[in-house]
Design a protein around this ligand. Structure first.
Ligand code: UDP
Length: 328
């Protein structure tokens, strides 16, 4: 009995691997290393370099390693990139996910956990977005993920197959024990960019838009710590193994921080007053997106342990320092 983690060499996937190993599970990682790092996959997890959309490869892995559940993290995740390259996103995030699901069904896998996103909601105008909010993604990225939720729902109706789709809000921070963190090259996500600016790895930070309909004019996001997010997947795995039905849950803390507020926290925690420039809006950005997390707590029993923005930023800073020192 083993769990296959696609994208396990990436940021969130590597934290899931840690959570699984900590729980004594047998783990197989499938990752093409397009953005992930071999060194992020810690022993005793088995690492296989390859394409999760390759049905022959995945069928072989399922058989050879006795896979009974799949947690699918491998994806492209940058909203502006998805606007520039929609077909690349629909191939990688949607078409290849269809192949992975087909491999799972053919290989007799009954439990599937999918990394979805709050980007499926689009511009909601709500301060706490529940799962039943109408789905109206505003980017190819959001649409590429929403289509996979639909594929999963249809597949679960037709086959002996159940899934949990977790809609991530903004993931940040690092393993509190320092075993993993966000190593992504050319990262674009706010906290990562801000800690790099604080450590002098970038000349400064640009705020994309200060004219949103929010208290300080910058976008509001719900930042969730990456190990808490991995724990939600562990809860999802237990839930499916215990016979739980198909489920889609938000993963966020239910509280929004503005871009300016995050920048202030990074400056305070790092003690560095790095340069900040105001730019125009970035395409595909909803003004505010904050989770209603009632369902993930009630249905999966998820209990966040790291809901502290200063601690999240501290973890991101610590990881960035270590990353840099290792590169020297
Ligand atoms: N953002 C910013 N400057 C940056 C990176 C991000 O102002 O260098 C803003 C971005 O426009 C959005 C918020 O920070 O309003 C969160 O963006 P991020 O890319 O981290 O995550 P997303 O919400 O797009 O998944």
């Amino acid at each position: 009995m083993a769990v296959l983690v696609t994208g396990g060499a990436g940021y969130i996937g590597s934290h899931m691997v840690l959570a699984l190993l900590d729980a004594g599970e047998t783990v197989v990682v499938l990752d093409n290393l397009s953005t992930g790092f071999r060194s992020a996959v810690l022993a005793p997890a088995t690492f296989i370099q390859g394409d999760f959309g390759d049905e022959t490869l995945v069928r072989t892995i399922i058989e050879q390693h006795g896979i009974t559940a799949i947690a699918h993290f491998a994806a492209k995740i940058v909203v502006p990139e998805s606007i520039a390259d929609p077909l690349g996103y629909y191939l990688n995030n949607t078409a290849k996910a269809r192949n992975l699901i087909a491999s799972a069904v053919a290989g007799g896998i009954k439990h599937f956990i999918f990394s979805s996103t709050a980007a499926v909601y689009g511009e909601t105008g709500a301060t706490a977005v529940g799962e039943d909010t109408p789905l109206a993604p505003v980017s190819p990225y959001g649409r590429s993920k929403l289509m996979v939720e639909w594929i999963l729902a249809d597949t679960a109706k037709a086959h002996d197959f159940r899934f949990v789709a977790l809609r991530y809000f903004n993931v940040a921070g690092a393993d509190p024990a320092g075993r993993s963190g966000q190593s992504t090259r050319d990262a674009t996500h706010l906290i990562k960019v801000a800690v790099q600016a604080a450590l002098g790895r970038r000349p400064g930070l640009s705020i994309f838009g200060t004219d949103y309909d929010t208290p300080d004019g910058t976008c509001l996001r719900d930042y969730i710590q990456v190990s808490d997010l991995a724990d939600a997947h562990m809860d999802a795995l237990r839930y499916l193994r215990d016979g739980g039905d198909n489920l889609t849950c938000n993963c966020g803390y239910g509280r929004g921080y503005s871009v300016r507020a995050v920048v202030d926290v990074v400056k305070a925690v790092s003690g560095v007053d790095f340069p900040v420039t105001v730019m125009g809006r970035r395409p595909g950005d909803p003004a505010a997106i904050v989770a209603d997390n009632t369902r993930v707590k009630a249905a999966l029993g998820w209990t966040p342990r790291h809901d502290d923005i200063a601690a999240i930023v501290t973890q991101a800073l610590d990881w960035e320092r270590r990353l840099h020192n290792r590169e020297l």
